[in-house]
Design a protein around this ligand. Structure first.
Ligand SMILES: NC(=O)C1=CN([C@@H]2O[C@H](COP(=O)(O)OP(=O)(O)OC[C@H]3O[C@@H](n4cnc5c(N)ncnc54)[C@H](OP(=O)(O)O)[C@@H]3O)[C@@H](O)[C@H]2O)C=CC1
Ligand SMILES: O=C(O)C1=N[C@H](C(=O)O)C[C@H](O)C1
Length: 233
């Protein structure tokens, strides 16, 4: 497959390594200074850029009928526009806050635990995410997906960074050098606590998941999630 990388930073470079190992060709490495893109040679685009750049990249690809995989976080105010454009163009698009297999299993575990905890009002839920110090957005996209998973199963209505009101899930975001991504979901009562935690040891899992999603989407049309790619429940 001919892959175009939108964003050639930490993730773009890791995706390139994995894509080459899986016999794909990188036909474009697009950054903010790129002036010309030959869309006719691209089979699929993978966007790991920046919050203020992601939607523009996705829009350009969909307008040129290129399937797009986006892992960029912090741009979700435009997510519905991307969905609408994809449908209008009969294109193909996946956004995932986290492409790793482990985190996608963790999302399922989070929903299952939330369902069990829903009637147990003596427990309060909270979340913590830890990432490297270059991260631009907080809370992480993964933490937001985890919070949405809890909200879907319980009486919680919203999430909030740091201090939260009643019915809101408090999320703490910590920035520590060289941390690829750690997420913890905690339920605490006066007498005990339950925690589930996912720790990324490096960025390979994110990158492999994005390449697998790119391989999966070519030839399809629609708006998909990693649940579709991984065939989870
Ligand atoms: N969904 C997932 O599984 C994961 C998501 N992420 C997310 O992916 C994104 C990228 O992460 P990461 O690689 O670590 O970040 P980096 O900062 O290392 O890389 C981002 C790259 O995007 C480039 N860029 C800036 N503007 C544009 C533009 N208009 N078009 C294309 N590229 C542009 C930057 O170039 P320059 O430096 O020159 O400005 C930089 O090279 C983040 O939003 C992060 O949260 C990260 C890991 C996993
Ligand atoms: O910026 C990162 O590095 C990561 N971002 C994603 C997020 O915001 O959840 C995924 C992963 O945790 C790494």
């Amino acid at each position: 497959m001919n892959i175009a990388l939108f964003g050639y930073g930490k993730m773009g470079k890791m995706i390139e390594q994995i894509a080459l190992k899986r016999n794909h060709t990188i036909v474009a490495k697009v950054d903010v200074d790129t002036t010309e893109i030959n869309y006719s040679e691209i089979d699929v685009a993978i966007d790991f850029s920046m919050p203020n750049a992601a939607y523009g990249n996705i829009k350009n690809c969909l307008e040129h009928n290129i399937p797009v995989i986006s892992g960029t976080t912090g741009w979700l105010q435009d997510y519905q526009n991307a969905v609408d454009l994809c449908k209008e163009k009969n294109g193909a698009f996946i956004y995932a806050s986290n492409f790793s297999l482990g985190v996608n299993l963790f999302f399922e575990l989070n929903s299952y635990l939330a369902k069990m905890m829903a009637p147990l009002k003596q427990y309060n839920v909270s979340m913590e995410e830890i990432h490297h110090t270059q991260k631009l957005d907080a809370p992480s996209g993964t933490a937001i997906t985890l919070a949405e998973g809890v909200i879907n199963e319980t009486d919680y209505t919203n999430w909030k960074l740091d201090e939260a009101g009643e019915q809101e899930i408090p999320i703490t975001a910590k920035r520590i050098a060289d941390t690829p991504g750690t997420h913890t979901v905690s339920y605490d009562s006066e007498v005990d606590g339950i925690e589930i935690k996912h720790t990324a040891h490096n960025r390979e899992g994110f990158a492999l998941g994005a390449v697998i999603a790119a391989e999966w989407i070519v030839g399809k049309s629609g708006v998909f999630t990693m649940k579709d790619v991984l065939n989870l429940s």
